[in-house]
Design a protein around this ligand. Structure first.
Ligand SMILES: NC(=O)c1ccc[n+]([C@@H]2O[C@H](COP(=O)([O-])OP(=O)(O)OC[C@H]3O[C@@H](n4cnc5c(N)ncnc54)[C@H](OP(=O)(O)O)[C@@H]3O)[C@@H](O)[C@H]2O)c1
Length: 287
C-alpha cells in the first residue's frame, strides 16, 4: 500500500491519477475534511493528516509500505517533511520516495534548495529505505506568466542562463514508476526535460503558441523584486526566486538534460512545445 502526500497539489495529484490508472493500491493524505471528501468522491481512498500536527499522522501511515513525500516550498518545509519521515519510521514504512531539487545544497542562497538538502540528509540517515527524485525547474512555472505573456512580455531576471525545464507530469510519471517497482533502493535520480533553453528561446516558443510577439524582459534585480512583490509573493518567496533565477540560472548553474525520465519510464519527457500546446487555453484565457 502506497501513501501519497501532497495529493491536492501538482505532482501528488498527478501521481494519484497515474497510480489509479495503473491499478496500484494507494491512499491519499490531505489535511482538510473537504479535501478528503473530494478525493473520496473521485474514488480515491483518503485519510486525514496534517504535517504541522505530527500526532495526526499515525492513522494515515498505518499499514503503509511505501510513502510518496512532497510538500510545498514554504518556510516550514523542513519541519513538515522531517515530521513525515519520523512518523513513517515509527509506523514501519519500508521505503520513502521523495521529491527534492536538482540544485539542493546546504550552502545555497535558495531557501528551498537548502531545505531539500537538509531533508534529504535526514531521510538518508533515518533507517527507512529511500529513493530521491531531483527535478530541475518545472515548465508549469510558466503558467505564472500568462497575464504578462498576454501583453507580449516574459518578465524575469534570468540573464542568458538556460534551464533543462521539465514538465511536472513527467516527474509524477517517474514517481509512479519507482513507487510500484523494486530496484530503486537508495537511488538518487536527476530528472530533466529533453532540452535546455534560455528565456529568449522560451519567449520565441511562447510567441509561436500564442500567435503574438512575446519578448523576454531581462529585469535587473530591484525591478524583478518589485514585480515579484506586486504579483503577491511574500518577501521570503521573492528573495528565493531572485536567488534561483538571478544567481543560479543567470550564473549558468543548471544541469544539462540527463535522459533519466526515458531510462526509468521507457518514454521520453515532454518538450516545451508540447507543454505549451497542452496549456494553450490558459494563455488564451489570460489574453
Ligand atoms: N517549481 C519548481 O520549479 C520546482 C523545481 C524543483 C523542485 N521543486 C519542489 O517540488 C515541490 C512542490 O511540488 P508541487 O508543485 O507538486 O507542490 P504543490 O502543488 O505546492 O503541492 C504541495 C502539497 O503539499 C501539501 N501540504 C502543504 N502543507 C501541508 C501540511 N501541513 N500537511 C499536509 N499536506 C501539506 C499541500 O496541501 P494543501 O492543498 O492542503 O495546501 C499540497 O497538496 C517542492 O518541494 C519544491 O521545492 C519545485
Amino acid at each position: 500500500m502506497i501513501l501519497v502526500l501532497g495529493a491536492t497539489g501538482g505532482i501528488g495529484g498527478e501521481v494519484c491519477r497515474q497510480l489509479k490508472q495503473a491499478g496500484a493500491p494507494f491512499r491519499a493524505m490531505a489535511r482538510k475534511q473537504e479535501q478528503i471528501d473530494r478525493l473520496r468522491q473521485d474514488g480515491v481512498d483518503a485519510a486525514l493528516g496534517d504535517l504541522d500536527r505530527p500526532e495526526t499522522l499515525t492513522a494515515a501511515m498505518t499499514g503503509i509500505d511505501t510513502l510518496f513525500l512532497v510538500t510545498a516550498p514554504e518556510p516550514p518545509q523542513v519541519a513538515r517533511e522531517t515530521a513525515a519521515i519520523d512518523a513513517a519510521r515509527r509506523a514501519g514504512v519500508g521505503r520513502i520516495v521523495k521529491i527534492s531539487a536538482s540544485d539542493c545544497n546546504v550552502r545555497s542562497k535558495i531557501p528551498w534548495a537548502r531545505a531539500h538538502a537538509l531533508i534529504d540528509h535526514h531521510l538518508r540517515a533515518s533507517g527507512v529505505d529511500w529513493t530521491i527524485l531531483m527535478p530541475t525547474a518545472f515548465m508549469q512555472n510558466f503558467l505564472w506568466f500568462t497575464k504578462p505573456v498576454a501583453k507580449g512580455y516574459l518578465p524575469l531576471g534570468a540573464g542568458k542562463g538556460s534551464v533543462s525545464w521539465i514538465d511536472s507530469r513527467d516527474i509524477a510519471r517517474v514517481a509512479a514508476t519507482v513507487l510500484t517497482q523494486d530496484g530503486h533502493s537508495r537511488a538518487t535520480y536527476f530528472l530533466t526535460g529533453p532540452q535546455t533553453f534560455d528565456m529568449k528561446d522560451a519567449a520565441a516558443q511562447l510567441s509561436k503558441v500564442t500567435e503574438r510577439n512575446v519578448r523576454y524582459l531581462d529585469l535587473p534585480v530591484p525591478v524583478f523584486r518589485t514585480v515579484l512583490r506586486l504579483a503577491g509573493n511574500s518577501r521570503w518567496m521573492a528573495n528565493g526566486l531572485i536567488a534561483q533565477f538571478s544567481d543560479m540560472v543567470a550564473g549558468h548553474h543548471d544541469i544539462d538534460p540527463t535522459g533519466e525520465v526515458e531510462r526509468l519510464t521507457g518514454e521520453p519527457p515532454k518538450d516545451f512545445a508540447s507543454f505549451l500546446r497542452d496549456h494553450r487555453d490558459a494563455f488564451a484565457r489570460a489574453a
